[in-house]
Design a protein around this ligand. Structure first.
Ligand code: PLP
Length: 383
């Protein structure tokens, strides 16, 4: 049985690299961008980006200005500086920082475009930017009326070197969704009016909708990190990248009808052994999914962790730092303080864990928190 002194997240950058090339093959051999927002979906934006860079990736997407600034300085010694796109765009007052760090804002409205143009004029040279059109999410992006204003007056883009024209799919993870077909059609019509730079539409799921969605650049996130790009695939085409393990802290023999955890929402059905393990909702193991539900909503989904490759059920409510699991089915010598418990990995797949938590793989990863010791396999900077 594996032993551990502290919670650990092992990140296999070789698997990440294989996923990257699998996605490139899907996109007809064109190298994808790497989406590394939210600290590389919780796995570490810098080691992830360094490895992707060494695989030939030259474009990265982050959400926030600060994510972009950190990535730019971490990659400062790269032989060729990658393009770093900031999805939040050029928010008022951030233009100087964006320009100084050579970040590319994804321009989301005519106000941003105008301020970015003014920043270029003030510097006396063009600045790179991307145009993001909103065609169906009403989230971020240039609305249709503003697209009309821009195409009626192309001078509004003077001084901006448009590297990319993009939009985002709203329903890519529902194959056959009419919304995707409609969004593709609307994007093509926009592209006919804005022909500068490369065109980009697909996230991970969009990559699997068909070649017509690939355009010049795909922008996968979750599929790089091992999440199934589409639900309901019988085989997940990408490899698992992260294994999360925590130690057992204590093992207790308990009788029947003994309450476990806050609120005594669970009582043992029979005498068993209970192991308390070093993880909780502060480590991304959501409490909400184990709250007792009204009877008409049915039983909450059973959540399991694994010891030595065997699944064991989680008991009662999740605490901030602790989870109780039923280890009555394992031998006494198999579960001791320090025994490694898998929360995510070969036995507890990312997509199964997401389903048991009532969420998606993206949220499982971005919720992992800061209390795991991260170990990287295949980090080019450490050899
Ligand atoms: C997050 C994001 C992506 C990546 O999405 P996945 O579903 O994780 O592949 C791509 N494009 C944009 C605009 C995003 O915000």
């Amino acid at each position: 049985m594996g032993q551990l002194t502290r919670p650990r997240a092992s990140i296999d950058l070789d698997a990440l690299a294989r996923n990257y090339h699998l996605l490139a093959d899907r996109a007809g051999g064109r190298l994808p961008a790497g989406v590394v927002k939210a600290d590389g979906y919780g796995l570490g934006a810098v080691p992830v980006a360094r490895r992707l860079l060494s695989e030939g990736c030259s474009q990265f997407f982050v959400a926030r200005l600060d994510e972009g600034l950190r990535l730019r300085s971490a990659l400062a010694t790269a032989v060729t500086a990658p393009e770093i796109y900031v999805l939040d765009g050029a928010q008022p007052g951030t233009e100087d920082e964006l320009a100084a760090a050579g970040l590319v804002p994804i321009l989301n409205d005519v106000g941003q475009i105008q301020r970015w143009q003014e920043a270029a004029m003030a510097r006396g040279h063009t600045l790179p930017g991307a145009l993001h059109f909103d065609t169906g999410m009403t989230r971020l992006g240039i609305p249709a009326v503003e697209a009309d204003i821009l195409s009626a007056d192309p001078a509004r883009l003077n001084g901006i070197a448009v590297e990319l024209v993009m939009r985002h799919l709203a329903s890519a993870d529902e194959p056959g969704a009419e919304q995707s077909v409609e969004q593709l059609g609307r994007f093509r019509r926009l592209r006919a009016r804005f022909r500068q730079g490369r065109a980009s539409l697909a996230n991970s799921a969009g990559t699997f909708l068909g070649p017509e969605y690939h355009l010049d650049l795909i922008r996968p996130g979750i599929a790089l990190y091992g999440g199934a790009p589409l639900p309901g695939l019988s085989i997940n085409p990408v490899e698992s990248v992260v294994t999360v393990e925590v130690p057992v802290l204590q093992v207790q023999d308990v009788g029947a009808d003994v309450p476990i955890g806050y609120g005594a929402t669970y009582r043992t059905e029979r005498a068993t052994r209970v192991a308390t393990i070093a993880a909780g909702y502060a480590d991304g193991y959501h409490r909400a999914a184990t709250l007792a539900k009204p009877a008409e909503l049915g039983e909450p989904p059973t959540r399991t962790v694994a010891i030595g490759g065997r699944s064991v059920p989680v008991l009662g409510r999740i605490s901030m730092d602790l989870i109780a699991v039923d280890v009555g089915g394992l031998r006494r010598d198999e579960v001791q303080p320090g025994t490694a418990v898998e929360l995510l990995g070969p036995t507890c797949s990312l997509d199964q864990v997401a389903a048991a938590n009532g969420t998606i793989a993206n949220e499982v990863l971005t919720s992992l928190g800061q209390r795991y010791q991260r170990r990287y396999q295949g980090d080019p900077s450490t050899g």
